[in-house]
Design a protein around this ligand. Structure first.
Ligand SMILES: Cc1ncc(COP(=O)(O)O)c(C=O)c1O
Length: 389
């Protein structure tokens, strides 16, 4: 038992930046889709730690890989080779789309997007980027320039020049925006933060066609949708897309920080020093990533996400409530759009032992670990019904 007389929340509130609205809960332990607070109370974690814990919290294989590697070698600059990095990249290449065989390793989603924007600029020489309304790509200045929501952008204006936002799922608007100065189109396959909104095949395939015709690169931000979340290893597989650059993070390393930008054949060769990262591709992250890939494949987690996500979506869609406008999603990425702000609902779910995220003001977002059990899913549905009835 932990020292429960310590008020962890107050200590954090005293020293932290105040950037995260606290939920009044201190998590100290996790196993699969379950987490516990410092008093031993159990919760079903449908936040999945912001969607990173795809293989479940504290997966024994990931934990063992981290522990072993931590006693061996934690850091290793990119100019030295490393066994863990090499082995991770080799395993990773087996799940990547054909022709995408160059990988830049970093530490987060926003860095993966930032690198993709730079590699696209190097390749095309064009400054323009077309992104989508309601898109979310991260909080560093380049990724933020592509992000739509004004609350994230406005305090930091002016952002980078040349970024345009077109309505998601509107090919005609993209057609009009894709002028000769635009070098990249940056899209999520399912918009996460923007409300769990799947792209349509017409839009996503249209975006790829327009990019090819106009000499721009298609950057897919699969930071949230990658690694099985939507029922395929990558969400773009649902739509037969061939991105030029693929941005990945979140579920890649069992919750350990790791990000990746994957380059297709249309991306120009890179020269020494054009980009880099001190921590990117460190042996600890790569060991965790390798173990995570083995679990994803060995436990057929993309398939599990599809089965469980379909079950969840059907249960929620089969039930109507005056509080719900729409239920939508793909795999285990589910959004419940409500008629009112969802903050009180999230609190009520938490009181019933279910932790969930918002996606904008009116959408409850569920991103549980892909290993969530059918009992836990059923409990989640019951709690949602109680709160939203
Ligand atoms: C689609 C997408 N891109 C980028 C990011 C940024 O990732 P990170 O918070 O790891 O920088 C996120 C984070 O939620 C995301 O959902």
């Amino acid at each position: 038992m932990l020292e429960t007389h310590i008020d962890f929340q107050t200590i954090e509130n005293l020293h932290a930046t105040g950037l995260y609205g606290p939920r009044g809960l201190t998590l100290v332990r996790g196993n699969g889709a379950t987490v516990w607070d410092e008093t031993g109370r159990r919760f079903i974690d449908c936040t999945g730690g912001y969607g990173v814990a795809s293989v479940g919290h504290a997966h024994p294989r990931v934990a063992a890989a981290l522990a072993a590697q931590a006693q061996n070698l934690i850091s290793c600059p990119g100019f030295f080779g490393n066994d863990q990095r090499a082995l991770f990249l080799e395993d990773f290449s087996q799940i990547l789309p054909g022709g995408m065989n160059r990988v830049f390793l970093c530490n987060s989603g926003t860095e993966a997007v930032e690198a993709a924007l730079k590699f696209a600029r190097l390749t095309t020489g064009r400054p323009g980027v077309a992104a989508a309304m309601r898109g979310f790509h991260g909080r560093t200045m380049g990724a933020l320039s592509a992000t739509w929501e004004t609350q994230y952008r406005e305090p930091f204006a002016p952002l980078l020049d040349g970024f345009r936002h077109i309505p998601f799922n509107n090919v005609a608007a993209l057609d009009e925006a894709l002028t000769e100065t635009v070098g990249a189109v940056l899209l999520e396959v399912v918009q996460g933060e923007g409300g769990v909104r799947p792209g349509t095949p017409e839009f996503l395939q249209g975006a790829q066609r327009l990019c090819r015709e106009r000499g721009a690169l298609l950057i897919l931000d699969e930071v949230q949708t990658g690694f099985g979340r939507t029922g395929r290893m990558f969400a773009h597989e649902h739509f037969n897309l061939e991105p030029d650059l693929l941005c990945l993070a979140k579920g890649i390393a069992g919750g350990f920080p790791l990000g990746a930008t994957v380059l297709g054949p249309r991306v120009a060769p890179l020269k020494v020093g054009q980009h880099g990262s001190t921590f990117g591709g460190n042996p600890l992250a790569c060991a965790a990533g390798r173990a995570t890939l083995a679990v994803l494949r060995g436990e057929h987690l993309p398939w599990q996400a599809m089965e469980k996500g379909t079950w969840l979506l059907e249960r929620l869609q089969a039930w109507s409530s005056p509080k719900i406008r729409e239920v939508r999603g793909l795999g285990l990425m589910v959004g419940i759009e409500c008629r009112e702000r969802v903050t009180p609902y999230l609190q009520q779910l938490q009181e019933r032992g279910v932790l969930a995220l918002n996606a904008g003001p009116t959408v409850i977002r569920l991103l549980p670990p892909l290993v969530i059990s059918s009992e836990e899913l059923a409990e989640t549905v019951t709690a949602i019904r109680e709160v939203l009835q």
